[in-house]
Write a protein that binds this ligand. Structure first.
Ligand SMILES: [Zn+2]
Ligand SMILES: [Zn+2]
Length: 256
């Protein structure tokens, strides 16, 4: 399985893109930095977009990619939970901001939506996909993706502390998890459903206790202005847990 980090941050600029992962050039999770990072041809090769939740930084490029595919006569499958779809339908894809690609073109709409239920495995192409609820300020899920050759990643999307139950359902070799802020923002992180290095440490320790191992860990969704602080604090966490934790970046390639 080849994973490319298209976006690794929670703020967008010339050098930072909203969180977005590309798997084997055909699956993407979240659509923050999607169309802005892929050629038209690469966009046409996509089979599916999995959405973790409704927040703007995770859905931003859906209208853009839909317009590109619409103009080339292609379609895209979007997988999301029911609350996320409801918000998409009534806000981003309401036909007022931009054409309603859920219904256009009438004979074969550009966007095909499949509602997924957390806890139920589904197949997309030859990949096994499991959505698992996480704790955030909007209804949110993480995705475990298992490739046809048995390689497994879990991407949390945005999450706060309290992943104990989530860990019961997943067994990834690679964990892509958010750390939005540095340790001094712990109260903000808890209130808004995000993680800091020290909150992550607790979650990883719980993972290790339940599963008996720690996966490779890559961080995304960092606040660019706190990134240096996060990096220093994460090094201490990695030392304490005797493991390696890497900060993701735009263009990072991971291979399993
Ligand atoms: Zn969010
Ligand atoms: Zn976010």
């Amino acid at each position: 399985m080849n994973i490319k980090v298209l976006g690794a941050h929670n703020c967008e600029s010339q050098n930072t893109k909203y969180t977005c992962l590309l798997i084997d050039n055909i699956l993407t999770i979240d659509a923050g930095g999607l169309s802005s990072n892929l050629s038209f041809l690469a966009q046409q090769k996509l089979e599916a977009i999995l959405l973790t939740h409704q927040h703007y930084d995770h859905i931003k490029d859906i209208p853009a990619i839909a317009m590109n595919l619409y103009l080339s006569g292609a379609t895209i499958n979007i997988y999301s939970t029911s609350p996320t779809y409801d918000t998409l339908k009534t806000h981003l894809l309401d036909g007022k901001l931009y054409p309603n690609f859920l219904e256009r073109p009438q004979e074969n709409p550009t966007i095909k939506v499949t509602i997924i239920e957390p806890g139920k495995n589904i197949q997309i192409e030859d990949y096994s996909i499991l959505a698992v609820p996480v704790t955030h300020s909007a209804p949110a899920v993480g995705y475990q993706v298992t490739s046809p050759d048995g390689k497994t990643i879990f991407y949390t999307g945005d999450t706060g502390p309290g992943l104990t139950e989530c860990w019961e359902y997943v067994s990834p070799q690679l964990l892509i998890i958010e750390v939005t802020a540095s340790n001094s923002y712990e109260e903000f992180a808890k209130e808004s459903g995000h993680l800091t290095p020290s909150l992550l440490k607790h979650e990883l320790a719980t993972f290790q206790k339940i599963k008996g191992y720690l996966p490779q860990v890559v961080l995304v969704h960092m606040s660019p202005n706190l990134e240096e602080e996060i990096k220093t604090e994460i090094e201490a966490v990695a030392r304490a847990l005797n493991t390696t934790i890497t900060l993701g970046y735009e263009g990072m390639q991971l291979r399993l």
